[in-house]
Structures are given as structure tokens and as C-alpha cells.
Write a protein that binds this ligand. Structure first.
Ligand SMILES: [Zn+2]
Length: 472
């Protein structure tokens, strides 16, 4: 990976012109920021969780926004898939650069949220001085709203790209990720691109003082794989207990999993990430990163980093029990107990390797194992100077000189599928957030309000750099 990002003179010039333009039009950014927030408010009110059938109506409401901005009906496609759908919007370029399109991808669905557990209602956009709150406000409706607003802004300002820009909003990223597979398998012509910018994950990192310390770009992802292990038992009446019990079997296996430590692993992306992050943290965690880069056998450094939930995924494979089910009556011995184990597999291992390791850890040949879904392994995307330069240019008016750090995601975005299909994919967003405030998938999910305007400025420059006159 190239560590030195050179910004050529021509883009620098366009950057100067562009920053002047932004300064001259603060109202435009503010106006479109209001629009993005209105879209976000509507989006949060829609409970687009798996199985509720609410994604198609969300896609239709977004389609209306694109139509109202002047996008021809033929350039917008809603592609149904079961109870959900994808939305594709093509921003036609003049083709003058002869280059393949750029794909911009986010997802419209969210993970479930129980209103009773939240301080605020999860499906109502709420705010305080610093944050917006709501399910999906960070993952990923913020970026859906930003990209939609961005296309409207570009269209209304008469922008004509020199290559097509394609938005793909998928509809089940948080569950089975079948909509992205449908797009790749059946509608490749609609989404084919030189590369994809996955606007989900990555982005600006704030420290505890609220200062931007780095900008992350996802180049690779761990393999997401879920396994179930089931203990079966003849059962019987609870007044006549047997020595063996399916709950005991599963409890024992889970305790063994708890005690197991998958080995520490590193690759070029994770070591570069630690190397560039270490000097920015200025604490014992940063020190541990620096030590680890010097000596990957530094056990103490590994222990310090493993204690940090935001970094543990970068250190190797993780597997964790996430669900339990079983039993059929309070006065009956259980006939079957199933534990679900979710793994994030470090590149270089197959789900089959990890399943075998789990079976060894559980150490009970009577347990029955299953792979849930179809895990997808994807290669790391290659270094792309054009994208890295555009990011540097787009960040310059916002946070000049901010280090741009390659990242390996521990979660799975649709990017894994695009990568596996041969479309290099890079995860990034205009959101700047302290990882400690990132409650994606959790309670009281939030996003800093300041990220609305930052994102619009960031993406407007990105598009100008990657598809505007500057590079023609
Ligand atoms: Zn997401």
C-alpha cells in the first residue's frame, strides 16, 4: 500500500476554486442540510427492519424525491425482493471521459429496536444540542439521506458528470444481504462500475476532546459467518431429572468458547492502521499500537488492545454467542437447546476452518452444528490513488491534513459482495464521530448533527473530483 498520497497541481487548483465556491454559498449548504435532515426524519419514522415490509414504501418515497429534482423516471429503478427492495438511481454523465460509472451504495434497512429499551423513541428522529437520535440515524439512513440530497443538489445546480454516477440503496444489508446479491446476479448492467464507494462505515474519527484525528477508509472486511450449535436430549419429566441435560451441554460449550482466545493476527491493512492511529491517540492504547507495530509478539500490547471493544476486531478472528433458544415447557427436560455463535473471521481463513476450530473448542461430539446463511469471503481492494487524492482534497477545507487510514472492517457491508464480484469497494462516509458515541445496532443510536453539513461538503467535492470537470 502506498503510504504517500500526492495531490497533483490540477486537483489542488480545483480545490481552491471549490472552497471559494463553498465559502461564497453558505446558504446552499445550509439549505441542502435542511433537506437532508427532513429526509432523515422521514426515514427514521419508517421501521425498515427485516420482515416488516416497510422498505418498498421508503424506496418509493425516495424515488419521488429524485423525480421532483428532475431525474427521468427511466433512470430510477425499484427492484423488489420478497418483502424488501433495492433502489437504483443513475445520474447520467455526458460520457466524455469514457470511464466506467462510480457506484455509491448504502442500505435502507435497519436492525430492530425495542422502544421500551430506549430513552427516546427509536423510530422518531430526536435531537439534543449535539446529536440526532433514532434507529438507523447512523447506520445507515444518515448516508441514504445525504446521498439522496447530494444527487438533488448536483442536479439542481446543473452538474453534468463526465461518467455515470449510480446510487444503489439495498434493502436487507442488516439481515441476509440478498438484495445486493440480486443486484450483482440479475442486474449487473444497472450497477456495474469501475469501483464502488460504500457509504456505510469508515469516515472521520473524533477523540474525546472532539478533535478529528483520522479519516478511515475501508479496504477490506472480515468474513461474517454465523453458526448454530444444538444439543439434543431425549428429555423427559422435570420431576425425574437425568444426569445429562441439553442446557448443561450448551452451557459447557459456551463456557469453553468464553475461555478460548483466537490467535492474534495482522496484515498490511491492520498494521498500517495501527501505525497511523498510534500517534493520534496519545494514551496507553496508542502506545500499545505502536509497540505492536514494532513487535507483533508483544503480548502485553495485544492484551491492552483486546480490552478495547473498538479495536478487538482488528486483532484476529472473533466468535461470540449472540442468541439462545430451546426448551418447551417449564416442567419438562429440554429436548433441544440451540446457541447461535456469530464470528468475524480474519482474512485468510474460511468459515469451514473456523467451524472446525469451534467444534474443537466445544469438545462435545454430540453437538450438532450448522452454518447459518452463506458466508462470503472477499479480497481486499487495491490501493486507488484517485480515490485517496479525492478524499484528501475533500477533507482539506474541513480538516486540513487529516491522516487517511486504511481500515479492515469487522462488520460486513454490501461491499464484501461487490468485492467478491470483482468491483473494488471502499467504505467511507462524511460522518465524524467518536467511536465511543457510535451506538450503531445498539441502544440510543446517534449521529453528530455537525456531520450533516460536513458530509454534504465532503461528498460534493468528492464527486467534483471523481466525476467533474476537474479530471476530464
Ligand atoms: Zn450499515
Amino acid at each position: 500500500m502506498n503510504k504517500h498520497i500526492t495531490v497533483a497541481a490540477a486537483p489542488l487548483l480545483s480545490l481552491l476554486l471549490w472552497s471559494h465556491l463553498v465559502v461564497a454559498q453558505p446558504d446552499a449548504v445550509a439549505r441542502y442540510a435542511d433537506k437532508a435532515v427532513a429526509l432523515l426524519e422521514d426515514a427514521i419514522s419508517r421501521e425498515t427492519v427485516h420482515g416488516q415490509g416497510n422498505v418498498p414504501a421508503y424506496a418509493e418515497s425516495l424515488r419521488d424525491v429524485f423525480l421532483a429534482a428532475g431525474f427521468p423516471a427511466a433512470s430510477i429503478r425499484i427492484i423488489p425482493y420478497g418483502e424488501t427492495a433495492s433502489l437504483i438511481v443513475r445520474y447520467a454523465g455526458d460520457g466524455s471521459s469514457g470511464r466506467q460509472p462510480i457506484l455509491l451504495s448504502s442500505h435502507m434497512d435497519v436492525v430492530p429496536a425495542k422502544a421500551d429499551d430506549w430513552l427516546r423513541h427509536p423510530f422518531e428522529l430526536q435531537e439534543d444540542d449535539t446529536f440526532f437520535y433514532g434507529r438507523g440515524v447512523l447506520d445507515n439512513k444518515f448516508d441514504v439521506s445525504i446521498l439522496t440530497t447530494l444527487f438533488v443538489w448536483l442536479k439542481e445546480s446543473g452538474f453534468i458528470p463526465h461518467r455515470d454516477l449510480v446510487i444503489a440503496f439495498t434493502g436487507d444489508e442488516e439481515s441476509f444481504q440478498e438484495t445486493v446479491q440480486q443486484l450483482i446476479g440479475e442486474h449487473r448492467d444497472l450497477i456495474d462500475a469501475e469501483y464502488a464507494l460504500i457509504v456505510d462505515g469508515g469516515g472521520g474519527v473524533l477523540n474525546d476532546a472532539g478533535k478529528a484525528i483520522q479519516f478511515q477508509v475501508g479496504f477490506a472486511e472480515k468474513t461474517y459467518a454465523t453458526f448454530s450449535m444444538t444439543a439434543k436430549n431425549p428429555g423427559g419429566h422435570s420431576s425425574m431429572p437425568r444426569a445429562d441435560n441439553a442446557i448443561y451441554d450448551i452451557a459447557r460449550a459456551i463456557q469453553q468458547l468464553e475461555a478460548h482466545q483466537f490467535p492474534f493476527e495482522a496484515n498490511e491493512i491492520t498494521l498500517t492502521y495501527f501505525e497511523r492511529t498510534a500517534p493520534l491517540l496519545n494514551n496507553d492504547v496508542g502506545e500499545a499500537m505502536a509497540r505492536l507495530v514494532m513487535d507483533p509478539n508483544d503480548v502485553e500490547a495485544i492484551t491492552i488492545l483486546r480490552a478495547q471493544p473498538e479495536y478487538i476486531g482488528t486483532l484476529g478472528t472473533t466468535c461470540i454467542p449472540t442468541m439462545l433458544s430451546g426448551g418447551h415447557a417449564e416442567n419438562a427436560l429440554p429436548r433441544a437447546i440451540t446457541a447461535t455463535v456469530n464470528c468475524r473471521i480474519f482474512p485468510g481463513h474460511t468459515p469451514g476452518d473456523i467451524l472446525r476450530e469451534l467444534q474443537l473448542i466445544a469438545d462435545n461430539p454430540r453437538l450438532e452444528w450448522q452454518v447459518i446463511g452463506v458466508p462470503v469471503s472477499s479480497p481486499a481492494s487495491g490501493f486507488n490513488p484517485e480515490i485517496m487524492e479525492a478524499i484528501a482534497t475533500a477533507l482539506d477545507p474541513i480538516h486540513p491534513g487529516l491522516p487517511i487510514v486504511p481500515e479492515m472492517g469487522s462488520g460486513t457491508t454490501d461491499g464484501a459482495y461487490f468485492r467478491a464480484a470483482g468491483i473494488p469497494s471502499y467504505s467511507l462516509t462524511g460522518i465524524f464521530i467518536n467511536p465511543k458515541d457510535s451506538f450503531a445496532h445498539g441502544l440510543n443510536e446517534r449521529v453528530p448533527k455537525a456531520s450533516v453539513e460536513t458530509s454534504l461538503r465532503f461528498w460534493r467535492t468528492m464527486i467534483d473530483e471523481l466525476a467533474g470537470d476537474a479530471k476530464r
